[in-house]
Unconditional design. Structure first.
Length: 276
């Protein structure tokens, strides 16, 4: 599998973000990629909740998604949209942070809503309350592709290994972790978390990331990664926006799992803990 990552600096103009994505779909196809991965919040990234409320649409009316589907079909390229913020039909009025897998015919093969929401207070003074405007998903999603079954997740999900245990139990061999990581958490945790998820699952991890200074004032970490099942980093895109490519040898999965059969050796741990 020839995998491409679009490391983006998404802004507050959905049309501009969509244009950047369609241009990169064409470029990735021209580079011989089989599939392109984009970051979390690829279509719109904005901390201004009032402006976002006026801009966002439902999935049916979103201006970005159909343009990506059209470009995927035009160029015969699979595209994983890391996520789009969408107005959802929730009783509490909160939005969805939703990723999409689009096939080479432009059809949506799978949707996943982010389960774990980023509610944190960082030592830098940054405070995030994703749950104030986004509702959590409640479905674990894996999607069949020509390159095996891929497990879908988004950003903060990567801190919760039970999700990836469920995905590997369901047969996922590639784990997708699109993100918009802050710089402080990225410097401390990004590489460690992604390599750990790859090693413990014996899977490839593909993590397309936002990077740089955004129109809303935030700064994201970048360093989109592709990690193999042994924990080796096949691609690290650093801090520049652009296209990255890597060849993924799927035979590596069985090779590593045969060498260290952690999934086969795993014991089910009882929930009751004996405290002495």
């Amino acid at each position: 599998m020839r995998a491409a990552i679009f490391q983006m600096t998404s802004g507050v103009d959905p049309a501009a973000n969509a244009a950047a994505m369609t241009d990169m779909i064409a470029r990735a196809a021209g580079e011989g990629a089989d599939i392109l991965f984009t970051p979390e919040m690829a279509g719109y990234l904005d901390r201004d909740r009032q402006r976002a409320a006026a801009t966002l649409r439902s999935e049916a009316d979103d201006p970005v998604l159909p343009r990506v589907q059209e470009a995927a079909a035009k160029h015969g390229l699979w595209v994983h949209v890391g996520s789009l913020p969408l107005k959802d039909e929730r009783e509490d009025g909160r939005w969805a942070n939703r990723s999409f897998m689009i096939d080479a015919a432009g059809e949506i093969r799978a949707r996943y809503d982010k389960i774990h929401l980023f509610d944190v207070d960082l030592a830098t003074g940054e405070s995030w309350r994703e749950s104030s405007v986004y509702g959590p998903g409640d479905r674990v999603v894996a999607v069949n592709t020509p390159w095996g079954r891929m497990g879908m997740s988004i950003c903060y999900d990567m801190r919760f290994p039970d999700l990836y245990r469920a995905l590997t139990d369901a047969g996922a061999s590639v784990l997708l972790m699109p993100a918009a990581f802050t710089v402080p958490t990225g410097q401390a945790h990004w590489h460690v978390l992604l390599r750990a998820r790859a090693i413990e699952a014996g899977c490839f991890v593909i993590a397309a990331a936002q990077t740089g200074r955004h129109a809303d004032g935030r700064e994201t970490y970048g360093h989109s990664l592709i990690v193999d099942p042994w924990g080796d980093v096949l691609l690290d895109m650093g801090s520049d926006a652009g296209l990255g490519l890597a060849e993924i040898d799927l035979a590596r999965i069985e090779e590593v799992r045969a060498r260290v059969p952690a999934l086969a050796n795993r014991r089910v741990i009882a929930q009751d803990v004996i405290i002495s």
